[in-house]
Design a protein around this ligand. Structure first.
Ligand code: NAD
Ligand code: MN
Length: 353
């Protein structure tokens, strides 16, 4: 039994609806082992930005550094440019805390009506290990002759040997622990002859240390197609920042809904807090209606507890999700049901055992 301190940034839109649901389930799941969770909520996000001109307070990163983990909903609101919400909140947290692994499970849960005909949960069970600290989201670049017809924009991807080596090792180690021991490296070295050729070379050199893992490289476009046509052949994926961003929304879609897909931003060395979030955004189209699917956030909360060593609570939460989804429990409209966020959260809490 132990106590963990968790910083909560529910953020905007449906973030403020699904995060309270996740907190309820986490409290109950951890409490069943005598563990106590202390949640501290921070009001950062687009509303805060509209009031103050910044997405977070100036000392936000120092404040967050004292917590055991961070639980994030989503940020983004009409009226605030998306690059502001991303670059002033999510990316600073990922970068300051060196959360260089973005781990995203993509599983078709029993009972979920996925969009791929004839596919069962045995066919769709993948994890993407997305590089989360550099690559295409380095922030480097600029615009010239702004606002004229001579305007030029340059966006630079930054790939380092060390950055690729550490993400590849994390992915190989995960693949090694899974029964199929397969790793798909997402590349595009045919067209990106600098960054992705380095990517391929480093992944190949790391592969030599993990000879029990079968590693294959796929061009990212072909891999996207393969995830739809032959999902059963994919186990662990290792990818750059942009490629993983795209592949994991695709993975969420073939798992039934963005509303079920969790993500973990991990600092494997544990020198800084890690951050756990649903991979979806603030969904302004359904915000305020109370019908957002809380499963992605509940599952992200389970990953958070697992990271803190509360493995039993993690397993209990995932089993409860599987039970509610698989045994005809309440479902939100994205999964074809008519239930609301609270109904689903309450059903998952009741199914904890
Ligand atoms: P989105 O993920 O918010 O929504 C895409 C679609 O999926 C919408 O139709 C939405 O209703 C649906 N959806 C998403 N989550 C759902 C859930 N839990 N239950 C049911 N349906 C769900 O992506 P978007 O529309 O491209 O972006 C909206 C805003 O969110 C933008 O401001 C964007 O920048 C932001 N965003 C933030 C994050 C983040 O905070 N990590 C991630 C992605 C997008
Ligand atoms: Mn995304």
């Amino acid at each position: 039994p132990r106590t963990a301190r968790i910083a909560v940034i529910a953020g905007d839109g449906i973030g403020t609806e699904v995060i309270p649901a996740g907190i309820d389930v986490m409290h109950r799941a951890a409490g069943m082992d005598g563990c106590t969770l202390e949640f501290t909520e921070f009001p950062w996000g687009c509303e805060y930005y509209q009031r103050t001109g910044t997405m977070m307070s100036a000392d936000a990163l120092d404040i967050l550094s004292d917590f055991d983990a961070i639980y994030l909903g989503a940020v983004g609101a009409p009226g605030v440019p998306d690059h502001v919400s991303v670059w002033e909140l999510i990316l600073p947290i990922r970068q300051r805390f060196d959360q260089y692994v973005n781990l995203r499970p993509m599983r078709l849960l029993q009972g979920v009506p996925g969009p791929l005909a004839g596919r069962s949960p045995a066919d769709i069970d993948m994890v993407c290990i997305r590089e989360n600290s550099e690559g295409e989201y380095s922030g480097l670049g600029g615009r010239m002759h702004r606002g004229t017809k001579h305007e030029v924009a340059e966006q630079t991807g930054l790939f380092t040997w060390r950055g690729i080596d550490r993400i590849a090792r994390y992915a190989f180690e995960l693949a090694q622990r899974r029964p199929r021991k397969l790793l798909a490296s997402a590349t595009k070295s045919n067209a990106l002859q600098h960054s992705m050729v380095l990517w391929d070379e480093v992944v190949e050199s790391v592969a030599a240390d993990y000879t029990d893992v079968t590693c294959r490289k796929y061009h990212v476009d072909a891999l996207a197609a393969r995830m739809v046509t032959h999902p059963q052949t994919i186990d662990v994926i290792v990818s750059s920042n942009l490629f993983g961003d795209i592949l994991t929304d695709l993975g969420a879609a073939i798992s039934g809904s963005l509303g079920v897909a969790p993500g973990a931003n991990i600092n494997p060395e544990r020198t800084h807090p890690s951050m756990f979030e649903p991979i979806h955004g603030s969904a302004p189209d359904i915000a305020g209606k109370g019908i957002a699917n809380p499963i992605a956030s509940i599952w992200a909360g389970a990953l958070l507890l697992d990271h803190l060593g509360m493995t039993a609570a993690h397993d209990r939460m995932v089993r409860a999700i599987e039970r509610v989804v698989g045994e005809g429990g309440p479902r939100t409209p994205d999964l074809g049901g008519t239930a609301n966020t609270r109904d689903v959260a309450a059903a998952v809490t009741d199914a904890l055992s």
